[in-house]
Design a protein around this ligand. Structure first.
Ligand SMILES: *Cc1c(COP(=O)(O)O)cnc(C)c1O
Length: 374
């Protein structure tokens, strides 16, 4: 494990390839502090954005950090017509000593490259992905909130920007990172969500883009999400599109089921499930504790049976935004089940506490998952 000093100079080196062009109108300190005291996720953005431009002829060029602001876009830009777009989500956490860290960014960089391949976008080298995040957070370090579970959410994304209406991969692309401060996901204590199983609409199909983090998958999940709200539920659970029987994931979170014998199950990566960094980290932490973790095809009927006979005792969803969310109720057109008495399960809460502890520096980081940014 490298020392704190090495970590700081590593961060400076990663950021060095980005040209810093400071904003001429950063938000005054008092206004920023007022926003950070009660951040509204996704509505407030920091002073700068990181940016790299790609053309088929030149490759990745013009690495910079510039003032956050509107993008110029030709109405014929590829992304607006054929949805050539991918994104990532990760967070920067302020530790008690004031230093700023992020969680497993190499995993996000690798997934971003996989998503790019699937969407026929250019692959961004890992060093540019990490460099952009580091340079932006160093420029906007004052935007990283302190306080339990507050963080600066980072949104890297890339889109095909070429002005051309023909259907082929764009010969120009833009990569950007923007940042939005977020408060604790569960302000008044961890609260279970209710989940509606979508039985007639799917987010992804076999051979499609379900395992790529692309905007199009989210567009496909919105109508089922509205259906869930209309039934009085907060989130949707999707089944596989081929047989409509196997559990996949939520619109933006993976799912786990805890059995009474202490084993834990999660749907295997079938190709239409997004491989969450939170998912893979939780599998590791559960195994570290001696739990058996089974990744397999899980039928909805098996879960219904397990909830009815008491062999499934907890369920939770996980992803960067909420980390771990207990599932208190699972229902569909023909069933309605309460889980863990409708409250958060014990293992769910303790694994959540361990993971957020590693991220915020409260708990030791045995796997070297944290990378220092500032
Ligand atoms: C981003 C995402 C997740 C969670 O991934 P994390 O890396 O844990 O944040 C799960 N499912 C979908 C569809 C996603 O887009």
């Amino acid at each position: 494990m490298s020392s704190t000093l090495d970590q700081t100079s590593d961060a400076a080196a990663r950021a060095a390839s980005f040209d810093i062009r400071p904003s001429d109108a950063p938000l005054p300190d008092a206004e920023r502090e007022a926003l950070l005291a009660d951040p509204k996720f996704g509505t407030v953005f920091s002073d700068h954005m990181a940016r790299v431009t790609w053309t088929a002829g030149t490759g990745w060029a013009d690495h910079r950090v510039e003032k956050y602001g509107p993008l110029q876009m030709d109405p014929a830009s590829a992304v607006l017509h054929y949805a050539q777009e991918i994104f990532e989500g990760l967070k920067a956490y302020r530790h008690a000593d004031g230093s700023v860290w992020t969680f497993r960014p190499e995993a996000n960089a690798a997934r971003f490259a996989r998503s790019a391949r699937r969407l026929a976008l250019p692959e961004l080298p890992e060093q540019d992905f990490l460099g952009a995040i580091t340079a932006l957070v160093r420029a906007d370090a004052a935007w990283v909130p302190s306080g339990a579970e507050a963080s600066l959410y980072l949104r890297p994304f890339m889109y095909g920007s070429e002005a051309f209406l023909g259907v082929r991969p764009s010969l120009e692309a833009e990569f950007l990172v923007i940042a939005s401060p977020v408060g604790p996901y569960f302000a008044g204590g961890v609260k279970p969500v209710s989940i509606w199983v979508s039985q007639d609409m799917h987010r992804a199909g076999a051979g499609g883009t379900g395992d790529a983090k692309c905007g199009g998958n989210y567009a496909a999940s919105l109508k089922p999400q509205i259906e869930a709200y209309e039934h009085g539920f907060e989130q949707v659970l999707f089944l596989d599109a081929s047989t409509n029987t196997a559990i996949e994931e939520l619109g933006g979170m993976n799912v786990f089921f805890v059995r009474a014998d202490g084993s834990v199950e999660t749907p295997e990566l079938s190709g239409s499930i997004l491989e969450g960094v939170t998912r893979m980290s939780i599998i590791q932490l559960l195994e570290d504790r001696g739990h058996e973790v089974v990744e397999r095809r899980i039928l909805l009927t098996e879960v219904q049976e397990g909830l009815a006979d008491g062999s499934i005792v907890e369920a939770f969803a996980c992803g960067t935004a909420a980390v771990v969310t207990p599932i208190g109720r699972l229902a569909g057109a023909e069933f309605d089940a309460t889980i863990s008495g409708g409250g958060p399960g014990e293992l769910t809460l303790s694994i959540r506490d361990e993971l957020t502890g590693i991220q915020t520096g409260r708990v030791a980081d045995p796997h070297g998952w944290m990378t220092r940014l500032v």
